[in-house]
Design a binder for this molecule. Structure first.
Ligand code: 13P
Ligand code: SF4
Length: 336
């Protein structure tokens, strides 16, 4: 597409953050997306929390670390990121010569929003003897203020790479931070942020569910609160949880994370039973409202019109890149 046409398309992104163009309902979106991938030499990266149709059309499905690694090494001209904003932004930080398109610019993250850079800077300045370890679920502004980035699959290894007496600030997820403190015996200073999806699980309901399914194992993401994690038989990133269900011999699992991951779990182990952990209310609260903003239609449109795309200030990009590179390097050394 020529630059003038892309500029014109950018102006059509509505205030809600996506291209609202009516599509012919008979269009075979799976086939059209495949066609656009070839035409534009595009790769479609999707997080496990995306709806099943999006996972089925993706070239790679993964957790935050896997997605960052794929984004860094891809030779494609266009990265289509079916995830949330901080993930697409990370892809752009790592691979700036590629066009990174996102189906919906407003697909954010409550955890990332809980840590505004100006406030965090003040907090950091009050603790000049601390290094800053930040969870990847944060904005480029927070990454630029950090010494190293972590994901749920490498947080333990990375925190342990610092000397025992090193003072550390961990941001923005207090639940992941508390979990890492527990398993490493550290006393990191925690920013008070949390994920709206992982804070919703009901301890009482899960306990009752376990009574009805005595052989079911509870598997949980470390963004969950401590009482849920205490109950868990296994704690890990989305990829970790999926792998566990593939290698473990149990037949039933209560899954305490966003429901999107169940699609791959069922695909990989069709004879096993997966029960989403019940939330406090009778709502669909363990669906991430941000992840679920993405649809096949929006993916098709962002690929066709090459917008919305991630545009970044170069100085900010370079500052945010350093701690991500450090994360990738330590992960590589650790074989992750
Ligand atoms: P991971 O897939 O890296 O475990 O992260 C989960 C999550 O909440 C992403 O927003
Ligand atoms: Fe953010 Fe939680 Fe949604 Fe992940 S599941 S994108 S941490 S709000």
């Amino acid at each position: 597409m020529n630059p003038t046409a892309i500029d014109a398309a950018r102006k059509q992104v509505n205030e809600k953050g996506f291209l609202d163009i009516e599509l012919d309902p008979t269009l075979d979106l799976f086939a059209e997306i495949e066609k656009l991938k070839k035409e534009k030499n595009a790769i479609l990266l999707a997080h496990y929390y995306q709806e099943p149709d999006i996972q089925d059309v993706a070239d790679y499905i993964g957790d935050s670390l896997g997605l960052a690694q794929q984004a860094e090494k891809t030779q494609a001209d266009m990265i289509v990121f079916a995830g949330v904003h901080f993930m697409a932004e990370t892809a752009k930080i790592l691979n700036p010569s590629k066009k990174v398109v996102i189906p919906d610019l407003k697909a954010g993250c409550s955890l990332s929003d809980s840590c505004p850079p100006a406030l965090f800077k003040k907090f950091k300045d009050q603790h000049p003897d601390h290094v800053v370890v930040s969870y990847i679920n944060c904005s480029a502004g927070i990454k630029a203020l950090s010494d190293v980035i972590v994901t749920s699959s490498n947080a333990r290894v990375i925190v342990e790479s610092f000397p025992k007496d090193q003072k550390i600030i961990f941001a923005p997820d207090k639940n992941l931070g508390a979990y890492i403190n527990k398993v490493t015996g550290r006393d990191m200073l925690l920013w008070n942020g949390a994920c709206m999806v992982h804070e919703i699980f009901s301890l009482e309901k899960i306990t009752k569910l376990k009574t009805r399914h005595p052989n079911a194992k509870v598997i949980a993401h470390p963004e969950c609160e401590e009482p849920i994690l205490r109950l868990a038989d296994y704690i890990g990133s989305t990829t970790g949880l999926l792998k566990y269900t593939q290698t473990d011999s149990s037949q039933e699992y209560i899954v305490a994370t966003e429901t999107g991951i169940l699609h791959q779990m069922i695909k990989a182990s069709p004879t096993k039973t997966f029960i989403p952990a019940p939330p406090e209310n009778n709502c669909a609260c363990n669906d991430c409202p941000h992840m679920k903003r993405n649809t096949l239609e929006k993916i098709y449109l962002c690929m066709k019109y090459e917008t919305p795309d991630i545009i970044m200030d170069e100085e900010l990009r370079l500052a945010a890149r350093k701690p991500i590179e450090r994360m990738l390097e330590i992960s590589k050394q650790a074989g992750l």
